[in-house]
Every structure is written in structure tokens, then in C-alpha cells.
Design a protein around this ligand. Structure first.
Ligand code: IMP
Ligand code: MG
Length: 225
């Protein structure tokens, strides 16, 4: 493990890792493909990327650098009420956009779609502001936990029902600086339940989840479209 991430002071973080799900190179390769697809689809449209703070900040900035057409950037921050590691479905906007999106081509960029409750709320909220178009780009898709159907237009990887950290994603504010997506050792959670692992009954879905089209974490990346 220290061959992968050898810097001084990081050893303590590495000790907490059980398994690397998506290595750094796989993230970079897939994000390059997503950037290429967006650049192709939005020629002449000057899209606005809306990164969702804090988790998507690394993904948003790497994706931005892979987009080769004129593009704009803004951020929103949300929080969900309820237990800290589970989505309650009640979403609060902590930081809103700095600009109007009326008539603009908006792409929401998020780290992970889990239950889909946050993205469902964001889509409803931004749709009401009359954008010319509104799409979703998510690095990770945790399909088995979906409670709301969310149309993911640009998807990085499908992942299994495991709580993941790294590359912007945190547990208790930690691990965002790890350059890969990984799973923590169960003892890190102490007496807390391991977050994000309850089974979601399929019948609670309001619409069927779209068929898989993104690479599954751990497998070889495939082209976007
Ligand atoms: P959702 O509303 O359940 O889709 O959850 C959305 C947010 O929950 C994500 O944007 C993340 O901030 C957080 N989240 C969900 N699953 C994970 C995970 O496995 N690791 C870290 N954060 C997660
Ligand atoms: Mg998030």
C-alpha cells in the first residue's frame, strides 16, 4: 500500500483502508472519457457545471480540466437532515448558485448517487429556474440503494453497496485527500453502524432504475457512449 501512496504522514490513513475499489489511474481515465463526451455533446452551448460541495470538489475540478470547449463553473452546497451518514430525503440548500441558470445548459456534477434523494431534490429545484437543459454527471452510482429514479446522463462507475471514501468523499470529515476510492476497515466505525449499507426494498423505487451502462468498479473502464 505505501508504494501506492508513500508520502510521510499518510501512513496512518493507509492503515485504515480495507480495499481500494477504484485506483487513481482508473479515475483519471474515466474522467478523461466523461470530459470528452461532454465536450462533444455541448459544442456551441457553453454549459454551466454545478459542482455539489464538498464531496464533488475533486471530481468537478478534474472533470473541468478535461472539457475542451468553453465552460462555466459554479457550486452549490446541500445538507440532509437526519442521521449523519444516511439520507433522510429532506434536503437543505446551504449555499446556492451565484448566477441565474435561466436559458442555460446546466450539468449537475456530484460525487455519488446513493438513495438519489439529494439529486432528486436538486433536479426539482433547478428545473423550476427554467434552464435550457439540465443533466446529471455523477462519478459513482450505488445502484442497489436507489429510492428515487435519477436520470444519470454521465456516469463514472457503478459501485456495490459499500460505504466508500477518498477522492473527495469522507467519513466524519476524513479521507477526502486519498487519491483513490476505497472502503474502510470495519473497526474504523467503532460502535457506530457501518454507514450506508441497509438494504433498500426495490418496491420503494418510484420508477425502475435504468440499465447499467457504466463500468463496474474494479473492472476495466469502457468508453462513455
Ligand atoms: P443520496 O441523497 O442518498 O443519493 O446521497 C447523496 C450524498 O450522500 C452524496 O452526495 C454523498 O455526499 C453522501 N454519500 C452517499 N454514499 C456515500 C458513500 O458511500 N461515501 C461517502 N458519502 C456518501
Ligand atoms: Mg455529496
Amino acid at each position: 500500500m505505501d508504494k501506492i501512496f508513500p508520502e510521510v504522514g499518510r501512513v496512518a490513513l493507509l492503515d485504515d483502508i480495507d480495499e481500494i475499489l477504484i485506483p487513481e489511474e482508473a479515475l483519471a481515465g474515466r474522467i478523461r472519457e466523461l470530459g470528452r463526451a461532454i465536450s462533444h455533446d455541448y459544442i456551441g452551448k457553453e454549459p454551466l457545471l454545478v459542482g455539489i460541495l464538498i464531496g464533488a470538489v475533486l471530481f468537478t475540478s478534474d472533470l473541468l480540466r478535461q472539457i475542451t470547449i468553453p465552460v462555466h463553473l459554479d457550486f452549490m452546497a446541500t445538507s440532509s437532515y437526519g442521521p449523519k451518514t444516511e439520507s433522510s430525503g429532506i434536503v437543505r440548500i446551504l449555499k446556492d448558485l451565484d448566477q441565474s441558470i435561466e436559458g442555460r445548459h446546466v450539468i449537475i456534477v456530484d460525487d455519488i448517487i446513493d438513495t438519489g434523494l439529494t439529486m432528486d431534490y436538486l433536479l426539482e429545484t433547478l428545473k423550476a429556474r427554467y434552464p435550457a437543459s439540465l443533466k446529471v454527471c455523477a462519478l459513482l452510482d450505488k445502484v442497489p440503494r436507489r429510492l428515487r429514479h435519477v436520470p444519470i446522463d454521465y456516469r463514472g462507475f457503478e459501485i456495490p453497496d459499500k460505504f466508500v471514501v477518498g477522492y473527495g468523499l469522507d467519513y466524519a470529515g476524513r479521507y477526502r485527500n486519498l487519491p483513490f476510492i476505497c472502503v474502510l476497515k470495519s473497526q474504523i466505525y467503532g460502535s457506530e453502524p457501518i454507514p450506508s449499507t441497509f438494504p433498500v426494498p426495490r418496491r420503494t423505487l418510484d420508477q425502475p432504475v435504468s440499465p447499467a451502462s457504466a463500468p463496474v468498479a474494479g473492472s476495466k473502464p469502457r468508453p462513455v457512449r
